[in-house]
Design a protein around this ligand. Structure first.
Ligand SMILES: NC(=O)c1ccc[n+]([C@@H]2O[C@H](COP(=O)([O-])OP(=O)(O)OC[C@H]3O[C@@H](n4cnc5c(N)ncnc54)[C@H](OP(=O)(O)O)[C@@H]3O)[C@@H](O)[C@H]2O)c1
Length: 338
């Protein structure tokens, strides 16, 4: 597995990162540990967790993903694993933010408490990358970056990152860090795939100019790009079959991912993958790795056997014709006006 650097740091991580959002919910503990073992043996040294995982949020599950990763980590050399986790922020999408003393934001107190609790569950005294999971536009950015910087100063966190951010939010936090002398964000973790290329509209420029790496999540569009939802299928056990009606923000999560536009794009990509003689999963993840702004692509799995095609993306060489076809298909459908 090749390594890449993150942001301005000298660190290098595997170009595929294993996401753990399903650990303790859609993947039980035994399966989760097997997924971790398999990915690690294949050279994946970068893990992504969050204080709110697993999803969907249920009180009985809160913090389980970090506990499972902590259990797995216990007999590994700590330095061999690059561990990323997140403090929640006000929430969105699949998760509801934990309430700490009546507060759901990224204030100093919440950031400190969240980090302590994550370290406890992970069974370690530092994390390599600490990310804000969801932006907070109420608490001043100065307070947020100062609180994060203190964690770096204290040695509890090595590097900082943000998630689900906008170009404005990222640029503003970098500016605050620079003028106040705080540690800066080295990474941004946003949804980016052949089904969602919004990152390229504005954020790619900020990342290129400021040397911040994208660590994209949902590179398979949460499973849609595997083709499993084509032709009206809702396969037994698949994420959006299980949570088809799950509706945290007025629109079912399944509709945001499984819709006529995403299915049409997927249909054309399935044909392309077939012609290229590779799995659509390998094509979708392999395509993300061709972009220089990507530090590491965060894959997800609910079963060990799903890793075969995802990990194959680290070895595949996509031809110029295939890459051009990916551009045409996604731009025609996602950006019909050019
Ligand atoms: N920062 C954020 O807000 C945020 C949000 C989302 C994700 N993330 C991070 O990114 C990670 C990955 O996200 P994701 O799970 O949405 O990524 P994804 O790679 O787009 O989707 C992974 C899912 O696709 C399905 N799948 C994978 N391989 C498959 C195969 N070969 N055949 C058929 N289905 C397959 C599985 O779901 P089923 O088996 O259930 O269908 C699997 O859980 C998460 O674990 C988390 O660490 C972060």
């Amino acid at each position: 597995m090749k390594r890449r650097s993150l942001g301005r740091s000298a660190l290098s991580v595997s170009e595929i990162c294993l996401g753990t959002m399903t650990f303790g919910s859609m993947a039980n503990e035994r399966e989760s540990l097997a997924i971790l073992d398999h990915a690690y043996a294949a050279g994946v040294n970068f893990l992504d967790v969050a204080e709110v995982y697993p999803v969907p949020p249920e009180a009985k599950w809160a913090g389980r993903s970090e506990e499972i990763v902590g259990k797995w980590l216990a007999d590994k050399p700590r330095a061999a694993v690059f561990l990323a986790t997140k403090v929640a922020g006000p929430g969105g999408g699949w998760f509801q933010a934990p309430v700490r003393e009546g507060n759901t934001g990224l204030d100093r107190h919440s950031i400190e408490r969240a980090c302590e609790a994550s370290l406890r569950r992970l069974g370690t005294d530092y994390v390599d990358l600490y990310q804000t999971h969801w932006p907070d536009r109420v608490v001043p950015v100065d307070e947020q970056m100062e609180a994060l910087d203190r964690l770096v100063e204290a040695g509890k966190v090595r590097y900082l990152g943000c998630s689900n951010e906008t170009a404005y939010g990222l640029a503003r936090s970098l500016w605050v860090s620079d003028i106040r002398g705080f540690a800066r964000h080295q990474t941004i973790q946003n949804n980016w795939s052949l089904l969602n290329r919004r990152f390229e509209d504005e954020l790619a420029e900020v990342c290129r100019e400021e040397k911040v790496s994208l660590i994209p999540y949902s590179p398979l569009g949460a499973g849609v790009l595997s083709g499993k939802y084509q032709n009206g299928a809702w396969p037994v056990g698949a994420r959006f079959s299980l949570y088809r009606e799950y509706n945290p923000r007025g629109k079912a999560m399944s509709e945001r991912f499984v819709n006529p536009r995403s299915l049409e794009t997927t249909g054309r990509l399935l044909d392309l993958a077939r012609e290229a003689g590779i799995s659509p999963v390998t094509l979708a993840i392999g395509w993300t790795l061709t972009k220089s702004f990507v530090g590491s692509t965060i894959i997800g799995a609910t079963r060990v056997d799903q890793l075969r095609d995802s990990l194959a993306a680290a070895e595949v060489k996509l031809s110029g014709d295939v890459l051009r076809a990916c551009e045409t298909i996604t731009r025609e459908i996602l950006y019909p006006l050019g």
